[in-house]
Design a protein around this ligand. Structure first.
Ligand code: B12
Ligand code: SF4
Length: 472
């Protein structure tokens, strides 16, 4: 059976991404014995024409559409990617009668609703390696696809709850060779980093978060040697950096340290190492030592708020004291640090904003801050349940059109003004909207030409300064 996987993501902001999920699915299907191709639309100038050409050439029996992003999660300038995915579906249909199977993190958020919008019959929820191969086998044998764990049929009755996919033990997954599926030189040329997972799953229960819905609540760990083999492969492929893309980085601590140690032994010198989901609770001196040995160059710390009221309402599992301890310990990490804060969560008031701003003011002047306004509400999260019970969200709302919660006790303008008059340097602050700025790609090319190592947010103070002078 011939299988065409289409990696549909074309977003290049805040950085160009290798389509890891699509590659995982292509590998799993190939190892299971299918004839698999992957069409990567990331650099395509004419995606519709490229899809038609690939479909006509391969004449696949099954087309797997990998849909990573639903929207840009930016409450200030929301943008949905679904219309462009619909064009891809139409292009497939125009030249083929192959069954289209939807999968990817966007699909997993609201499979039934998105599948209906795209006019497709079959979706796979969550991790797809086991479910997709099971589905291919079922289709081959003429069995009912609906019986495969993780598969959702669009015409199932609304009261049929989507059931989770069968998560694979990472050790049982095929070892990834991303270069088999995508043109790594092309990604290296635009300074994309090599995405590496050290584990899947997250044990925490933050009220707004969908990550455990995608990967489950149990940490499933990759062998640290396998992690370092992928890091070595990144060097061989000419990539300038690796990026840990775990839902949460740093926990369980022993395993995170073992992965850092393993990378430290094998990573070619001069390569950038980064992660953007470092959990404050993980920031112990032992982990920081290991991260220094591994050569971390940049980290994002998911602080979210400096107020205990808000941290509790989000069920973050750490307190403002933990945050202060993390901040003190992180001073010995030789990497640029970006603190991520989300304003407007339930319980946010001027007082709680003040506490977060106070924390920002205590940061070293070299640290950077990323601000998001509003909490994106997703189906099947505790936040959505709470808002439905408070009458703030219609229970029928499928949330495919992005909805953001903002505490009624404060406004984004007020928060911005409080930050603006704080002593934290304005040039060290970015917003999600800034990342999608039209000048961002140009600035990235300039930084690359100047020989800077990615990710380029390290240069944020200089970029902000230039933007203020040029008024752009
Ligand atoms: C790490 C990460 C990032 C890093 C990426 C770094 C890198 N070098 O790759 C950074 C910080 C840069 C980033 C940026 C963004 N991200 Co992000 N990111 C993640 C995160 C935490 C992990 C992604 C990952 O690589 N997972 C590992 C791979 C293996 O999993 P996967 O892609 O989901 O694939 C599996 C399944 O989905 C499925 N599958 C995938 N394809 C297919 C196809 C078929 C046919 C089938 C059957 C199954 C299937 O099987 C795969 C293997 O199990 C996820 C959350 C999460 N825990 O998943 C968010 C997530 C993917 N990001 C998200 C978003 C929105 C964004 C941004 C748009 C945010 C922004 N405005 O900046 C940008 C987009 C950037 C871009 N150019 O596209 C959303 C996407 C859903 C949505 N709400 O739209 C997620 C889910 C987080 C969330 N808010 O819920 N991200
Ligand atoms: S926000 Fe982070 S720590 Fe909380 S559940 Fe999601 S991935 Fe886990």
């Amino acid at each position: 059976m011939k299988v065409l996987i289409i990696a549909t993501n074309r977003e290049r902001s805040p950085q160009t991404l290798i389509p890891l999920g699509a590659c995982c699915i292509a590998s799993a299907a190939e190892v299971a014995g299918y004839d698999v191709r992957l069409l990567d639309l990331c650099f395509s100038r004419q995606p519709v024409a490229d899809v038609e050409r690939a479909v006509r050439k391969m004449r696949p029996d099954i087309i797997g559409l990998s849909v990573r992003n639903l929207d840009n999660c930016d409450s200030m300038r929301p943008r949905s990617y679904l219309p462009e995915i619909k064009q891809v579906v139409a292009a497939c249909r125009k030249c083929s009668e192959a069954e289209i199977v939807l999968g990817g993190s966007a699909i997993s958020q609201s499979p039934r609703e998105i599948a209906r919008y795209l006019g497709c019959r079959i979706s796979v929820m969550g991790e797809g390696e086991v479910s997709f191969v099971g589905l291919l086998r079922a289709i081959e044998r003429g069995e009912d696809p609906a019986r495969v764990q993780g598969v959702l049929m669009t015409d199932d009755l609304p009261d049929v709850a989507p059931h989770a996919s069968s998560p694979a033990a990472p050790g049982a997954l095929p070892e990834l060779d991303l270069g088999r599926w995508v043109d790594l030189r092309r990604y290296a040329a635009c300074d994309a980093s090599m995405p590496i997972q050290t584990k899947r799953g997250c044990e925490f229960h933050c009220s707004y978060c969908t990550y455990p819905l995608l990967e489950g609540h149990i940490f499933r760990l990759y062998d640290p040697d396998q992690v370092s083999r992928q890091a070595t492969a990144a060097g061989i492929a000419g990539m300038r950096g690796i990026e840990f893309v775990d839902s949460i980085f740093g926990l369980p601590q022993d395993h995170a340290i073992a992965c850092c140690d393993s990378v430290a032994r094998t990573l070619p010198r001069g390569m950038a190492v980064t992660c953007l989901d470092l959990n404050p609770r993980a920031c112990t001196p032992e982990l920081i030592d290991a991260m220094n040995s591994a050569g971390f160059t940049t980290v994002g710390v998911t602080a979210e708020s400096g107020s205990d009221v808000v941290l509790e309402s989000m069920n973050k599992g750490f307190s403002s004291d933990d945050l202060r301890t993390a901040e003190r310990n992180l001073r010995s990490l030789h990497a640029a640090k970006m603190w991520v804060f989300m304003f407007g969560a339930p319980g946010e008031t001027e007082q709680t904003v003040r506490e977060t701003v106070n924390f920002m003011e205590s940061l070293p002047r070299t640290d950077l801050v990323m601000i998001t306004h509003g909490v994106r509400v997703y189906p099947r999260t505790a936040l959505r349940h709470r808002l439905v019970s408070e009458g703030l969200i219609d229970p029928q709302d499928d949330l495919v059109d992005p909805k953001f919660y903002y505490s009624p006790h404060v406004t984004p303008d007020r928060v911005n003004r409080m930050i603006a008059v704080s002593s934290f340097p304005a040039n060290n602050i970015a917003t999600v909207t800034d990342c999608g700025h039209q000048l961002a790609p140009m600035l990235q090319r300039a930084a690359s030409a100047l020989g800077m190592t990615p990710p380029y947010w390290r240069g944020l103070p200089a970029i902000n300064k230039a933007r203020r002078i040029l008024r752009v």
